[in-house]
Ligand binder design. Structure first.
Ligand code: IPE
Ligand code: IPE
Ligand code: MG
Length: 259
């Protein structure tokens, strides 16, 4: 970001930074979240503003995704979850859905080696249903297998993911496992979510000035700190992540208790 760039927080307050925030500034000012989740939103509007088809916005979002992950690695963030395609995104025009399937598949093909070399473990949260083309599933499986031993960061792509669908799937498994009503508790549900080993997100970042959750990680974000930024996803860069983490460091988490 240049010196004239602004970072807006959810309150609409605009702060001017003298110089771009650096990872070292963030690391010096407090602890970093263990798990950051992002709703990568605003691709379509980014493209429309340039007179381009919406699909060009998705393509431009690739650089933002990679830069956000790079920034996360610089900060030592151990878990990042990125919302790439929701269970509701099937409602979009068939052309856009087809593009998104092919785009996500080719993104994995292009980027998995680079992510692997950086020590990133790639996983996918979501339903592997009949609507997801086989070649996309194959590419997902290859990426999982290639990176399965990496531990520097776990990058979970939420793909054909819905928070409600995840809870429904957990409840189905409870029933399949024959768990009696008296044994249904939070632990029983949590252990049946897609990734029970994953800590809940400490921080959720949503771009594009929309102040909603859109069915992302409904169970997991019960006590997450929320950060909303006006930047459209294709313009998102690690400096925006750093700004979100700086804001996170100023928050006081109480989990319903008192301090
Ligand atoms: C986010 O950008 C990407 C996906 C949901 C796949 P959008 O495509 O939602 O872009 P806007 O919100 O219409 O601008
Ligand atoms: C959420 O964005 C899903 C992803 C970013 C993949 P949407 O653009 O689908 O959400 P709404 O429709 O604005 O709530
Ligand atoms: Mg959107």
């Amino acid at each position: 970001m240049s010196t004239t760039d602004r970072v807006q927080d959810h309150g609409g307050e605009t702060r001017h930074h003298e110089a771009p925030l650096r990872a070292s500034d963030v690391l010096a000012s407090g602890s970093v979240p263990v798990h950051v989740a992002c709703v990568m939103d605003g691709n379509g509007r980014w493209a429309s503003a340039r007179g381009l088809p919406r699909t060009e916005g998705h393509a431009a979002g690739e650089a933002a995704l990679l830069d956000a992950v790079e920034g996360g690695l610089e900060l030592g963030i151990r878990w990042m979850t990125m919302f790439a395609f929701s269970t509701e995104n099937w409602r979009r025009p068939a052309d856009e859905v087809r593009y998104l399937m092919g785009f996500n598949e080719s993104l994995l093909a292009r980027r998995r080696d680079e992510l692997n070399e950086k020590g990133v473990r790639i996983r996918f949260a979501g339903r592997r249903d009949w609507r997801v083309p086989r070649r996309v599933l194959r590419r997902m499986d290859e990426s999982i297998a290639l990176t399965q031993h990496n531990r520097r960061m776990t990058l979970t792509m939420a793909f054909n993911y819905g928070g409600r669908a995840e809870i429904v799937d957990a409840v189905r498994r409870l029933v399949e496992d024959g768990v009696p009503a008296s044994k249904v508790d939070e632990k029983a549900i949590r252990s049946r979510l897609y990734f029970p080993d994953q800590p809940d997100p400490d921080l959720v970042v949503r771009t594009s000035g929309e102040y909603r959750i859109s069915n992302f990680l409904l169970w997991e974000l019960a006590y997450s700190e929320l950060f909303f930024a006006d930047v459209l996803w294709p313009d998102f860069r690690r400096e925006h992540l750093f700004a979100a983490v700086r804001e996170y460091q100023r928050r006081q988490r109480r989990y319903g208790g008192v301090t």
